[in-house]
Design a protein around this ligand. Structure first.
Ligand code: PEP
Length: 256
């Protein structure tokens, strides 16, 4: 098994009110306590300070997005520097609900990645194909092109703490999960692309996690694969007991 430390993220999207955020953060904090995973939760921007205050030392809190700008007249945006300033250690970049829902381009995502790196906030870069891409046999080409374009201009040294989330769009929030075989193949494509763009050593060190309808039931199967270093979890991360089981499944990678 790999020496990469598993990473599990809970993307809470536009869910949960303040009291619920506090309760869930406390629940996840105890689940993480005896695990061997790195775990982060991504609440709404407005509840980040509450989440940070409630989180145990083993649980980090991050932003669901950041601006591609440093500062200035950008109404409604939040900079990577602001996330860092309040104690966020990571940020999701290029989530499909922003790529496909809001039309974010690879060029924009690449600039956001740069801002996160400059602010020393660990980027969790999301890539993944649509159902049409998969059905027409171009899924792997799409993943490779998203990676190439998003990483363009960023050096291996700057990207040392990068996490990549493979999130097939057709599996997000749909209850349809990629099979462990399909996810592993996509992760292999990601690693091959990283090795071409950078070095084999870099490609082996970077964590590649899977996201798309991961549940307490299917997590162990997915995380039993060498190529799958953990998960980015949406719906199932909103239920403390389910998320705890997913964290335990990722933690089992280390004990083997
Ligand atoms: C996500 O939003 O990144 C995600 C994977 O959601 P879900 O687990 O609900 O499919």
């Amino acid at each position: 098994m790999t020496s990469r430390i598993p990473f599990v993220g809970g993307n809470w999207k536009m869910n949960l009110m303040r009291r619920e955020v506090g309760e869930l953060v406390r629940g996840v904090s105890s689940a993480v306590a005896d695990s061997r995973v790195e775990c982060a939760v991504y609440p709404s921007f407005v509840y980040l300070p509450d989440a940070i205050a409630a989180a145990s030392a083993g649980l980090s809190v991050g932003g669901q997005d950041c601006s591609d700008e440093l500062r200035g007249a950008f109404t409604g945006q939040v900079s990577a520097g602001m996330l860092k300033d309040i104690g966020c250690s990571s940020v999701l970049i290029g989530h499909s609900e922003r790529r496909h829902g809001l039309g974010e381009s690879d060029a924009l995502i690449s600039r956001k990645l740069g801002r996160a790196l400059d602010a020393a906030v660990m980027p969790v870069l999301c890539v993944g194909e649509t159902l049409a891409h998969r059905e027409s046999g171009v899924a792997h080409a799409i993943i490779e092109s998203q990676l190439r374009a998003s990483l363009a201009g960023h050096s291996e040294a700057a990207l040392a703490r990068l996490v990549i989330a493979y999130e097939p769009v057709w599996a997000i929030g749909t209850g349809r999960t990629a099979s462990a075989d399909d996810a592993s193949e996509a992760h292999d494509t990601i690693r091959r692309t990283l090795a071409v763009l950078y070095t084999a050593r870099f490609s082996e060190a970077i964590r590649v996690i899977y996201g798309g309808s991961v549940t307490a039931k299917n997590a162990a199967d997915l995380f039993s694969r060498e190529a799958i270093d953990g998960g980015l979890i949406g719906g199932a991360s909103l239920v403390a007991a389910d998320f705890a089981q997913i964290i335990a499944a990722a933690s089992a990678r280390v004990r083997r």
